[in-house]
Design a protein around this ligand. Structure first.
Ligand SMILES: [Mn+2]
Length: 286
């Protein structure tokens, strides 16, 4: 149980279930990750760091919390098989969408996203996924499971189209199933002009965004379970999220794979601020 709310200090009126437009769903799950363990501690670290954020966003001159941000009871799936966890996440997200909430799923390892994406795809027509990650996650099966965190996008491919940004690690087998126009590898972003508008051209109108925090360079976010050099910086990521918010209809998002280190808190605050800033972009004109 994650007994802490996002922006807990903002006061009861803005975090009440009934009146909030936004729901944060913590999923403290880490059973299939392949290197450094501890992504199950991610949600609590993000929620704790969130209380250090200013409620006012300088860039949008707005206070996104006024839309109401309710932190739902966490999905408890520790020790369960990933396919069972995915079903529990899907049910929890579906329930919140039925309550008319905009749902932010907070991992946990990346496989939690499969349940959230399934739930959204059943509620929103013509949906695609924008996937930010260091890893392609296109393995059909890994270490005996089709729901390993390395298989997330192979499962998403069975649900809806997707576009991948920031990728810099994959196998030869994965490279064979990549749709070239729908992948924006990290090494191309430096030299490629207008890559953000090229991403926009590949997206459907309804977009679900899945953010594996290892898309960031480890200089910006070291606390993650499978870090990779050569990643994106803060302004590249938020510029992309701002453009998607302006040009598309974002139906939901997730932030996954924070593996907190008690001696390194900047990763936790980055994750919390990213969520709050993205909500600010999305709810700017709502
Ligand atoms: Mn990754």
């Amino acid at each position: 149980m994650v007994a802490k709310g996002f922006l807990e200090d903002m006061g009861g009126r803005f975090s009440a279930r009934e009146s909030s437009e936004i729901a944060i769903l913590p999923v403290p799950y880490d059973e299939t990750s392949t290197w450094i363990k501890g992504a199950d501690k991610g949600p609590l670290a993000v929620l704790e760091a969130s209380s250090e954020l200013e409620l006012y966003d300088m860039e949008t001159c707005a206070e996104p919390y006024r839309h109401g941000i309710f932190t739902a009871p966490s999905v408890e799936a520790g020790g369960l098989a990933p396919e069972v966890m995915v079903g529990k996440v899907k049910d929890a997200v579906t329930g919140l969408i039925d309550e008319k909430k905009f749902v932010v799923t907070l991992g946990g390892e990346h496989s939690v996203s499969i349940g959230a994406i399934k739930a959204h795809s059943e509620k929103f027509e013509h949906m695609c996924v924008l996937h930010l990650d260091a890893h392609a996650d296109l393995r059909d099966e890994y270490k005996g499971s089709r729901y390993n965190h390395a298989c997330v996008m192979a499962r998403v491919r069975e649900i809806c189209p997707f576009v991948q940004v920031g990728i810099r690690s994959m196998s030869a087998e994965e490279s064979e199933v990549v749709v070239r126009e729908d992948m924006f590898p990290a090494h191309e972003l430096r030299s490629r002009n207008n890559w953000i508008s090229d991403v926009m051209d590949r997206l459907e109108l309804n977009v679900y965004v899945s953010i594996d925090l290892d898309v960031f360079d480890p200089a910006f976010l070291p606390s993650t379970g499978t870090p990779q050099p050569g990643g994106m910086d803060w302004y590249q990521v938020v510029s992309l999220l701002r453009a998607v918010s302006v040009n598309k209809n974002i139906v939901g998002f997730d932030v996954v794979e924070l593996c907190p280190n008690p001696a390194e808190k900047s990763s936790d605050i980055l994750a919390a601020k990213l969520i709050y800033k993205f909500l600010g972009y999305i709810f700017r004109n709502r």
